[in-house]
Design a protein around this ligand. Structure first.
Ligand code: PAF
Length: 281
């Protein structure tokens, strides 16, 4: 594995690697969710690149940028073991040179749900992902379905800017007890960790209702809420059932593929999770 800490270093290394190149963009503190992205990239590309950059512009002023978990040595060992070829680990100054003032803003998709709860978050994501694409010039880029709205925003920006990269969405990876894997799970105190299982339980209850023929949007949202509201430490930010193409909130009978998503706080820790409901299922 070769490591580049600057854009110039990465470009020089990339020039001698065979194509196609698959990119896995990450903020580090890698877990099995990231490993599944690396494996998907490894299976389909001659060269696998991973970027490790905790992007300050996607964190709000009161969010966890400074305390976001970091463990460079462990991340390097995981990348080696998974067969990553090129690792890009730029500094903040390298990604945002002095005077940088360009922002990529994707529009309506980035202002609802996570975007409403975290103003500016998706501008930060869209800007850094666009930079990572122009630096690494991937043929394919891999993102987890756990950040479903992020995936939609990145697909939109790639199409709008006519970027020559295929966006590959990969399934959510869960702990054996159902909790969706996230670098932020490490923040949870033991009791919060136990109560956080209500998130996947709530989604499963809604899927079971859906499979039994329940189609009313508010009944489906209620199934999720009931599970989470029974947890004294949980504070719901939102439970949404939205059109999977536009993220407009749905009311009445659901006929289209729909994204059932949620964000819940346990103390200072904010967790997200989702499932897609397909009308044919
Ligand atoms: O999903 C993440 O880890 C980040 O949002 C991403 C895509 C690497 C951009 O910083």
């Amino acid at each position: 594995m070769q490591i580049a800490r600057t854009v110039a270093e990465f470009r020089a290394l990339r020039a001698s690697q065979p194509g196609p190149l698959g990119l896995v963009p990450t903020m580090g503190y890698l877990h099995e969710g990231h490993q599944s992205l690396i494996r998907a990239a490894r299976a389909a590309n001659a060269t696998v690149a991973l970027s490790l950059f905790v992007n300050p512009t996607q964190f709000g002023p009161n969010e966890d940028f400074t305390r976001y978990p970091r463990d460079e040595a462990r991340d390097l060992a995981i990348c080696e073991a998974e067969g990553v070829d090129l690792l890009l680990m730029p500094s903040v100054e390298e990604m945002y040179p002095a005077g940088a003032s360009t922002t990529v803003s994707v529009g309506p998709l980035s202002t609802v749900l996570e975007g409403a709860a975290r103003p500016g978050h998706f501008d930060g994501v869209a800007t850094v992902v666009t930079k990572l694409f122009t630096i690494t010039e991937p043929d394919r880029a891999y993102f987890g379905q756990k950040d479903a709205q992020q995936l939609m925003v990145i697909r939109r920006l790639t199409e709008d800017l006519r970027l020559p990269v295929e966006i590959v969405g990969c399934p959510i990876i869960r702990e054996p007890d159902g909790l969706a894997m996230s670098s932020r799970n490490v923040y949870l105190a033991p009791e919060e960790r136990t109560q956080a299982l209500a998130l996947s339980r709530g989604l499963r209850a809604a899927v079971a209702a859906w499979d039994d023929g329940v189609r009313d949007a508010s009944s489906l949202r209620s199934r999720v809420r009931e599970e989470i509201e029974a947890q004294p430490l949980a504070r719901i930010d939102y439970v949404s059932l939205a059109d999977q193409g536009t993220l407009s909130e749905l009311e009445g009978p659901v006929m289209l593929p729909a994204l059932l998503s949620l964000a819940v706080r346990f103390g200072a820790t904010r967790l997200i999770d989702n499932v897609v409901l397909e009308p044919s299922s």
